[in-house]
Design a protein around this ligand. Structure first.
Ligand SMILES: [Zn+2]
Ligand SMILES: [Zn+2]
Length: 347
């Protein structure tokens, strides 16, 4: 099969012909029809993720068709249209059996712990626990765009953030994660404030549901601005970017008993940011993380997509071919545009 391969961290990936994957006893092989481009792929390529062994095939936001299933697989067969969460749970550890596959102790991640979906085919283990059936009408590109940023935002807003109608929600950063969160929180009935450095993204945020916007590049204090708009602070706030400043602001702009959810990745020198712990105590704030979403929780999200409350297709950006993927991947370290780029042409 054709695949995007890198042999050294930080060196240009190339298109290579490599052996086709074979299904594990409890796994499947999926013919990839769409795979999303993500900043995590860039981090992996740069060597910021210590789970990767070389040579490597990236790609973790995938949708496609099952072409082969191992002997132990009972729920899936060739021809099924599927997607999969980026954190693949083992189905047997304490976390998985208590329903928290997204933090499985033995999780595998396609494109990180093993070869991923920037290829014609990808192998996924523990298929019965992790595959998600796609609604008939859903395009593969849309399904792939859910894989990482959209599902993580769904869990962050609905399950971790526990957003209820009428609450104020602040979203710091309007990239793929932030825009997903704005759409989801608005659909849940919250009043959403979008915060970013560019008017272009803030305008788009308004189109998908934000009721107020703050341009952080021209606002002296984002925290003060949020408190003013919300008359005391947000009920729930999210750092969708992953930066010490946005993380700090997201906690500091909360009202009493507010919930901060950290979704933007904090790597390297950003891994241990400042936290206004005085406020955490005095206001009884909650600080939560969000890491993907369990396969079984997709059903609630798919229902909201089917009924038109969520329109993830609006967040799909450029569609490219596998040949264009290496250059696009290397560019992901730069400024993120509007929309999730998706590889849709493999052959
Ligand atoms: Zn597990
Ligand atoms: Zn991703």
């Amino acid at each position: 099969m054709k695949a995007v391969v890198f042999e050294k961290f930080g060196e240009a990936p190339t298109i290579q012909t490599v052996p086709d994957p074979k299904p594990a006893a409890d796994g499947v092989v999926i013919k990839v029809e769409a795979t999303g481009l993500c900043r995590s792929d860039w981090h992996g390529w740069m060597g910021h993720d210590d789970g990767i062994t070389l040579p490597h095939v990236p790609g973790h936001e995938l949708a496609g068709v099952v072409v082969a299933a191992g002997k132990q697989v009972s729920r899936w067969k060739a021809g099924d249209r599927v997607t999969v969460p980026f954190a693949v749970g083992c189905g047997r550890c304490f976390e998985c059996t208590s329903g928290n596959h997204q933090v499985c102790e033995h999780q595998s991640q396609p494109g990180f712990t093993g070869w991923g979906s920037f290829a014609e085919y990808v192998g996924i283990e523990h298929a019965d626990t992790n595959l998600v059936r796609l609604p008939e009408e859903m395009e593969f590109a849309t399904a792939a765009s859910l894989g990482c940023r959209f599902v993580t935002s769904f869990r962050a807003i609905v399950d971790q953030g526990r957003v209820t109608p009428g609450e104020w929600v602040a979203v710091h950063g309007c990239g793929g994660v932030g825009l997903s969160a704005i759409m989801i929180a608005s659909a849940m009935g919250a009043n959403v404030i979008a915060i970013d450095l560019t008017d272009e993204k803030l305008d788009f945020a308004k189109k998908i549901g934000a009721v107020a916007t703050i341009n952080a590049s021209t606002t002296p204090s984002v925290v003060k601005a949020v408190k003013q708009i919300t008359n005391g602070g947000a009920h729930m706030s999210m750092d969708a970017l992953g930066h010490p400043t946005t993380s700090f602001n997201s906690i500091a702009n909360l009202r009493r008993r507010g919930r901060h959810v950290q979704v933007g990745l904090m790597l390297g020198e950003h891994a241990r940011p400042q936290v206004p712990m005085d406020k955490v105590i005095a206001f009884e704030l909650e600080i939560l993380g969000s890491h993907g979403m369990q396969a079984y929780r997709y059903a609630a999200m798919m229902d909201m997509i089917r009924t038109g409350k969520l329109k993830p297709e609006l967040l799909v950006g450029k569609k490219i071919s596998l040949e264009e993927a290496p250059a696009a991947l290397m560019a992901m370290g730069g400024f993120e545009g509007i929309g999730i780029g998706v590889v849709t042409k493999f052959r």
